[in-house]
Design a protein around this ligand. Structure first.
Ligand code: ZN
Length: 265
């Protein structure tokens, strides 16, 4: 009886993956259910120099968009310096040039891992660059000390006195049940990552019920760590089975992402 109520799953975007870590075959699998994915810069290699990041950015912009095209999957890109990928010769003007590329839809992922002085400085600079270029920013929060580090991130954002418009375009990603409210209350987006060790589809259902899908973005963070490339469609199905309203499901799995990142899908 319940199954009869489940309507067709349509229009979905995975807002946070690392497609360069995934095999070619995954692209078609994702394209079967997703309208698009956002692939973000991360920490694929040791950052011996800014040139390593440049090679990584090129791979995302050229290689990954092309691999997507060959499989019918629309790939959008966010670029930035991940807290685990800070080179000794950080070059912000080079980063800015890359961020002006027409395929880039945001700055990310940036954020903090251990909250070192260096991480904080690089994070602050990139938030200001995002504001200057009028781009949304995707902020990583670590698995360890998530609550503490999230608090520090919010304090840093406060200290920068960003324009209200910019603050409202910040995604604090990989939220958990402990951190969701402090982020939501500040008017920022909550990134809901369904991945082993992060959220389960069931936990997402609880959060979505509470916030009715406002400022919420669903993603799989598919990477070289254990991941589920179908986490978004799987969670959408779970939401339908739990009888969450169609409008709310659409917001979390598609509309919020399309609007925030201005995606042409
Ligand atoms: Zn990630």
């Amino acid at each position: 009886m319940l199954i009869k109520k489940i309507t067709k799953v349509e229009n979905m975007i995975d807002t946070h993956i690392h497609s360069d870590t995934r095999p070619y075959e995954d692209f078609e699998r994702m394209a079967l259910s997703l309208d698009g994915v956002i692939t973000l810069a991360h920490d694929p290699l040791k950052p011996y120099s800014m040139d390593v990041l440049r090679a990584h950015f090129d791979r995302l912009i050229e290689g990954e968009i092309e691999r997507g095209k060959k499989n019918g999957l629309k790939v959008f890109v966010c670029l930035g310096i991940h807290p685990r990928m800070i080179p000794p010769d950080v070059n912000y003007s080079m980063l800015k040039e890359y961020l002006k590329n027409k395929h880039v839809v945001g700055v990310g992922e940036i954020g903090l891992e251990k909250s070192s002085k260096e991480e904080i400085e690089v994070f602050e600079r990139q938030l200001l660059i995002a504001q200057g270029l009028n781009l949304p920013a995707v902020v990583h929060t670590p698995r360890r000390n998530k609550k503490e580090v999230t608090k520090t991130i919010l304090e840093i954002i406060d200290s920068l006195s960003l324009k209200k418009d910019m603050e409202r375009r910040i995604v604090i990603d990989h939220c958990n049940k402990e951190t969701v409210s402090m982020i939501y209350d500040r008017g920022m987006y909550i990134g809901l990552t369904v991945q082993p060790g992060k959220l389960t589809p069931g936990e997402v259902v609880e959060i979505v019920k509470e916030y009715e899908g406002d400022r919420s973005l669903l993603n799989s963070d598919s990477s070289s760590a254990p991941s589920d490339i179908l986490a978004v469609p799987r969670t959408v199905l779970k939401m339908k089975m739990e009888e969450i309203e169609e409008e709310i499901i659409k917001k979390v799995s598609y509309i919020n992402a399309k609007v925030l990142f201005n995606l042409k899908v």
